[in-house]
Design a protein around this ligand. Structure first.
Ligand code: S3P
Length: 170
């Protein structure tokens, strides 16, 4: 079974994916970590040295490769993965379950505030401007996330609850 988690930055894709995989006894891959290993560079460095377009091409290639090479896995994607090229179609075609971890704008702002440094797309946004930035960004991206087979509401839920409830969907 292939399960793909999508959603905005800081929506918990990696933590949920890791715990879900552990509980289901499946392999877990975090697409960002996979790209970092492959390139031997952090996402932050790839963005600053080669730019976003280079990263998006790499992300597209690696998404296809990981899904083709694993029959059984939990894959957490990057916040932008479903929103470029035909990536969302690939996710829908090659997964048994795709899950959008949905969080409200205020909840995302709270989480992202303290974690901007390693996130190239938000690192220069002032805390007081985050809400407006995320609101606009999410408006563009939601149309991709919302194509997932399951839209899963995460506001106010802890990690264990999210994982428990997702297991009921599978
Ligand atoms: C990005 C999200 C990041 C990472 C890159 C771009 C985005 O992943 O892929 O910085 O476009 O939203 P996370 O969602 O894990 O932060």
């Amino acid at each position: 079974m292939r399960v793909v988690l999508v959603g905005y930055m800081a929506s918990g894709k990696s933590s949920v994916g890791r715990l879900l995989a552990k509980e289901l006894g499946l392999e877990f891959i975090d697409l960002d970590a996979y790209i970092e290993e492959q390139q031997k560079k952090s996402i932050k460095t790839i963005f600053s040295e080669k730019g976003e377009i280079f990263f998006r091409k790499l992300e597209h290639e690696m998404l296809g490769k990981v899904l083709d090479e694993h029959q059984d896995l939990i894959l957490s994607t990057g916040g932008g993965t479903p929103c470029y090229g035909n990536n969302m179609e690939t996710i829908l075609e090659k997964s048994d379950h795709s899950i959008y971890l949905q969080l409200s704008i205020p909840a995302l702002v709270e989480r992202i505030k303290g974690e901007k440094e390693d996130r190239p797309l938000v690192k220069n946004i002032k805390d007081e401007d985050l809400s407006e930035f995320i609101g606009k960004h999410l408006f563009e991206r939601r149309q991709y996330y919302a194509q997932a087979k399951h839209v899963f509401e995460c506001d106010g839920k802890n990690l264990e609850t999210v994982v428990y409830e997702i297991k009921q969907l599978l």
